[in-house]
Structure formats: C-alpha cells, structure tokens
Design a binder for this molecule. Structure first.
Ligand code: 3H9
Length: 653
C-alpha cells in the first residue's frame, strides 16, 4: 500500500510509503484522494497529518511516469482536494519536500518540518515549472522575491530559512510526528487555506523587475527558467484560478518539449553512471586519504575529502612546499566556511583531520592514496614505486593523471590490482565530475571502493577505460582540434566563442584556453611533436601565440588581448591567422554560427562514438554526463549523444 491511514484519537495520520523517494506516483495520488474522502466522511477526525516513511517526504511527481499516458487523478486535483478538504491537513516534512511534494505540503493548512529538512521547487532543472499550483501558492506563503528565487532558481531552502520566509509554520527539533500531533491539537480549522491568502507582493517593484531580468539573462536559452519567471509574475497579477490554469498550460507545454526530455535524460543518466556490477561490490575502508602533491589539484582534492569528513595526509617534496600546500588547503576551507558550506565549529574541527608532511612515512596510515603531481610518466612511476614500499599492502593507490597510461603506472607496483585512476576536474572541491579510470588488472573491490569514495564526495562519477585523455579530455581534444580548423577555415576566435556561448556553453573554447593558460598544452604538443602523424592536419596558430609569450589571461594576452581583465579581439591575432591561412593557401570561408556549432558538435559526437566503440565509456549516457558536468555542454540540450540520438531518429522519420 503506497498510502495508509491510521487513527490516533481525533487525528488521522496519512502515511506515504513509496520508496525510494516517495514520488507522487499514480498509486500515491489515488491513495491520497481516498484518504481525503475517508477523513472528510468521518466526523470523528478533526485533523489529518500527512507524512512519509523512509528517507524523505515526497520528492516530487514521479519522473518515470512522464513518458507514459497520464492517469487520473492528476496531481493538481489531489492538491486541490487536500486544500479544499473540510478536515484541515498538516504536512509533517522530513528529508526533502520537492516539486509536487512541496505542492502537496503547500495545499495543507499548516506545515511543520524537521530541522534538517529541505524544501524546494526544482522543476526548472528538469525543464519544467511546477504544474500543481506551486507558482501560485508559494507567493501566498513567502515574499514574492523568495518565491521567484525558489521557482526560477530551483534550489531548495533549509527548514530554518523556510520558517523565516513563512513556508513552514514550525521547525521540529525532536520527534517530528509528536510535534505534528501537538500542532494538530492546536489547529482549529479556521486557518486560511493557502489560496485564500493574499499574494505577498514585492517590496520594491524596480528591484523585482531587475531580479526577473537577471534570471532570464542567466537562463542562456533554458526555456523553463524564463517560463518560471513568467509564472511567478502571473501569480502576482492574476486571480488564483486564472494563474493556476496558465501554470498548468505552461507546465504541459514544457513537459512535451525537447529541453525537458533532455534534462530528464541527464537527471536519469547521472543516476545510472555507476551501474556496472563492479561498482556494487563491498568497498574497502577509505577513512584516511593520502594526497601526494599540494598544488591546485592536490589541494582541491584534499579539501574535497576533508569537506566530506575524511582524514587527509598530504605529502609534498619539502617542508616549504608542505607549508604552502597546508595554506592552500586552509584557504579553500575558509572560503567554504564563508560560503556557508561548513559552519565555523565544523571548520575548526576539520583542522584535526588534516596534516601536511615533507616525507612519505605518514602514508603508512592511509587507506587510499591519490597522486596529484605533474604529468610526467617517469616521475609518476617513481612515486608509485615508493608508495609500494611505504603503504599498507591493501591500501588503494590512485593516480589523478588526466591522460597518461594508468596501466603503465600500475605496472610499477608489485600488486597492480590495487591501482586505479581517479581523475578530478579543477577546482576539485567544486567540480562535480570524477572519472574513475579502470586499468586492466585492477581488482573489482578496488573499483567498488572508488565508486563509494566518489559517492562520499558527492561527485558525479563515470567509469572510463584507459586511453589518451580518457573520456572527457579525449572528446575535448577532438572538438578543440575542430575549433582550430574552423579558425584556419575562416572563423575568428570570437566567432567560435560567440557561437558556443549562444549554443549554451558558459564560455567558448578559446576563452577557456586563455583562462586555463596556453603554455601547458603547448608543452604537451612539443613533447608529442616527434610522434605526430606528419599527414595529419596540424594548426600551428596556438604554437605561434605561445612563441610570442601569449599564454592567455595570466600574461595579458593569448587568443585575446585583456583590457581591465576583459577579453578584446586582437588585430595581431587576426593578422597571425591571416598569415597562416595564406601560408597554407586556404581561402577563408564565411562560417555562420550554425555551421560552426554543427562542426563542433559533430566533432564531439564522432570522437564520442569512437570512445563508445572502443569500450572506453560504458554507454552514451555516461558521455553526456561527462560533457555536461565536466565541460559545460548545456544540460538542456541533453549532451552530444542525446542530440545524436534525436538527429538519427529525425533522419529515420
Ligand atoms: C514535479 O514534481 C512536477 C510537479 O510540479 C507537477 C506535476 C503535475 N521520480 O537522486 P538519488 C529516484 S517534477 C521518480 O540518487 P539522493 C532516482 O532516479 C519532480 N524517481 O538520491 C533514483 O533511482 P535509482 C520534481 C525519482 O538521495 C532514486 O530515486 N522533483 C525521483 O541523492 C534515488 O535518487 C525533483 O526534481 C522522482 N521525482 O537524492 C526531485 N527523484 O535508485 C528529483 C528521484 O533507481 N530528485 N528518483 O537510481 C532529487 O533531487 C533527488 O533524487 C533527491 C534524493 C534529492 C530526492
């Protein structure tokens, strides 16, 4: 039974039990409708408490039902039935009340939340807006500005904030059900229904208009955000019934859109990445993590581990470097405290779990060691050989290399089954993506440990086979190469960057290179020059920029010139590009933005297909996850493989 009803004196307790997240599936909706009717028909029931079992309150409509024909009762009808019931309902919220879950709660006469509960309307993240009255009820409970932020931003708020804003009436510190029963006893039934309340208009019309404009500008093509802004605006202006009808129409239109299909695909793909049976095994302990190297990457990895409650032993080459690494990590932790990720007490306690050293000996205590030094095979091999002698025999040894052969690194250890790749993206404490690189001889329980470790760090992890660049950097190199061809063929860096931004990337490939610095890739190209296929098309423009000391932002010039830290197209770069075209006899073509993006996306897709065919990635969904989480591919486009599947289906139709 998805919904059960128990009597407790004159109070009825309606419990939803629909694992894993109590989504408002058909059975739940039906059960709630029956509960409303049963409670209203029983004069002895004075109040109804709506609660859930398991880890959370209702986390939303059931996304898995979205592709199927809708079945009555629909969620808006259930929400309306609860709101208009004769007997007042009280929502007792634990875990997360999201989307349709919060809509159910808002239809209740009052809400009580556990102190660690979170409440939100995240529909925009699925390419939707709330479709069961969320945009209309929320601004009747909280100020319009908060409602707009919650609906168009999609981020949940904590119970305390929800209480301050008016979304919940009480925060329960102890037993939630007992507190809900107390609340039920003082409920008279005279409390206004949510839709009977007036909207809470913005305090200042001009700043509200600016808030709306800012959200729309930030949407960068994502329709649901714009639709969310309009829905809240309508809720403030129109009578409730008209606003509800308009919200429903907009919801249904978005539900049928390509963007929502794409965002739902990414949501599901992110949850399916570690479905390989090797990830399901029993993990080793990993409470104490060794990190070798305290540069940007090592410090970020150390901070990510510390923020996840792990103990970190960081090792640098000498005392001075260890001290600098300690400061780097501390500064990340301080930033995290300033951003509210950890509170001051927790921040202070983290220090007890962190130490930085100038020798390997303390690593004898580590369960897992992650090497994050520079990309030089011989140096990495030497590090692993040393690790083999100082670490526990069953400690897991991981390399954070972004392209070197993990099999070769593993071969330096007596037991290669304990070596794996953990490829973080910079900054490692912020970027969600983690590639778990699986070498040939790694043991299954080591893969399971890497998967559990990724989960502990709240990373979106994918498994990758061993190849040059793994999944992410290999595909990135392919489209970067295509971007270079585009430059020779007729586009300018600003054309490519604009086309990419308009497509939905946060930044273009040339701006990104300038930000990261051109020198590292240049050094790699020089190292590989001797082995490069002489028949392969090679674009030398980036090399020429580097020869002039133009390494990007840090030197004030790269693909662009920087004025007040802003990129400006540079005639010197244009002249260099012209000279290269002339040298190769290339007649520049006119390349509109669509053509630029067709070529960039096709380059990604064809490299991604090779990655799949070679068994480097487990499936097309993993590639989409990598490109959206690691390289800013717009989520609302679903990733290159989702686009390819749609294109192929379109061609077949
Ligand atoms: C909506 O409500 C529309 C309404 O306004 C209007 C309707 C008319 N449905 O994330 P996890 C599954 S739109 C079905 O790993 P966590 C998920 O696939 C919805 N299944 O756990 C996974 O399955 P599996 C608005 C769902 O603890 C399992 O639950 N709501 C749903 O890290 C565990 O998920 C949202 O957008 C769902 N709604 O995080 C909330 N949600 O085990 C979306 C999850 O087979 N959900 N599953 O792989 C979340 O944000 C997170 O899942 C949550 C838990 C925070 C709840």
């Amino acid at each position: 039974m998805a919904v059960t009803l128990e009597r407790d004196g004159d109070c009825a307790v309606v419990t939803i039990d629909n694992p894993p997240v109590n989504a408002a599936s058909h059975a739940v909706r039906q059960g709630l409708m029956e509960a409303v009717a049963t409670c209203d028909a029983d004069p002895a029931v004075r109040t109804v408490i709506l609660r859930c079992t398991g880890r959370t309150f209702v986390a939303g409509a059931d996304i898995r039902e979205f592709g199927q024909p809708p079945k009555e009762p629909h969620l808006p009808d259930v929400v309306a039935a609860i709101e208009t019931a004769d007997t007042p309902w009280i929502a007792a919220i634990h875990g997360t009340a999201l989307g349709g879950g919060l809509e159910l709660a808002m239809a209740c006469r009052a809400r009580i939340a556990a102190d660690d509960a979170k409440l939100g309307l995240p529909e925009v993240n699925l390419g939707l807006i709330p479709g069961a009255g969320g945009t209309v009820r929320l601004p009747r409970l909280v100020p319009a500005e908060t409602a707009l932020t919650m609906v168009a931003g999609g981020k949940p708020v904590g119970a305390a904030q929800a209480h301050r804003a008016g979304l919940v009436d009480e925060v329960a510190e102890g037993d939630l059900l007992a507190a809900a029963r107390d609340m039920a006893r003082s409920t008279t039934g005279d409390e206004p229904r949510t839709l009977e309340r007036p909207v809470r208009h913005p305090a200042d019309a001009d700043s509200f208009a600016a808030q709306k404009a800012k959200l729309i500008a930030k949407a960068r093509g994502q329709q649901s955000i714009e639709a969310a802004v309009h829905a809240v605006a309508r809720a403030l202006e129109l009578p409730a019934d008209e606003a509800l009808a308009a919200e429903r129409d907009a919801f249904l239109e978005l539900k049928a859109s390509d963007q929502s299909a794409a965002l739902r695909h990414i949501f599901m793909a992110e949850r399916a990445t570690l479905s390989d049976p090797r990830c399901k095994g029993r993990p080793h302990p990993f409470g104490t993590v060794g990190v070798i190297g305290g540069g940007t990457m090592g410090a970020g990895i150390a901070a990510a581990c510390l923020l996840s409650g792990l103990t970190v032993i960081l090792v640098e080459r000498d005392g001075e470097a260890a001290q600098a690494a300690h400061e780097r990590v501390s500064s990340i932790l301080d930033q995290s405290a300033r951003r509210g990720i950890v509170d001051e007490t927790m921040r202070a306690a983290i220090g007890n779990r962190f130490s930085a050293h100038d020798g390997y000996a303390p690593l004898s205590r580590a369960d897992l060691v992650i090497e994050a030094i520079f990309e030089e095979m011989d140096v990495k091999k030497a590090v692993f050989a040393t690790l083999d002698t100082v670490t526990k025999a069953d400690a897991i040894l991981a390399t954070n290399t972004s392209y070197l052969d993990v099999n070769a690194i593993a071969s330096t250890v007596a037991d290669p089954s304990r070596v794996i790749g953990l490829h973080f993206f910079s900054p490692a404490h912020i970027m969600k993506l983690l590639e778990i690189v699986v070498p040939d001889r790694v043991a299954d329980d080591v893969v399971a440990t890497a998967a559990a470790f990724a989960k502990r760090l709240r990373k979106t992890a994918v498994l990758s086979g061993v190849c040059d660049g793994f999944i992410a950097n290999r595909i990135m190199s392919a489209y970067r190469r295509e971007a270079d061809y585009l430059i020779e063929d007729g586009a300018l860096p600003a054309d490519v960057d604009r086309a990419m931004r308009d497509f939905g990337f946060p930044m273009g490939v040339f701006e990104m290179q300038d930000l990261a610095g051109l020198d590292i890739a240049w050094a790699m190209r020089k190292r590989r020059a001797a082995t490069r296929d002489p028949n392969e098309r090679y674009v030398a423009i980036a090399d020429k920029l580097c020869e002039q000391g133009r390494f990007g932002r840090k030197t004030g010039a790269g693909w662009y010139r920087y004025e007040d830290a802003k990129p400006v197209a540079d005639p010197e770069v244009t002249a260099l590009i012209d000279a290269e075209r002339a040298r190769k006899g290339i007649e520049p073509a006119s390349l509109p933005d669509d053509a630029i993006m067709d070529r960039i996306v096709s380059a990604m897709q064809s490299e991604a297909q090779k990655v799949l065919d070679e068994g480097i990635a487990s499936g097309p969904g993993d590639i989409d996850v990598v490109m959206t989480s690691g390289y800013g591919f717009p989520r609302w486009r679903g990733g290159p493989m989702f686009m390819k599947a749609r294109q192929d289906a379109g061609e077949r139709a």
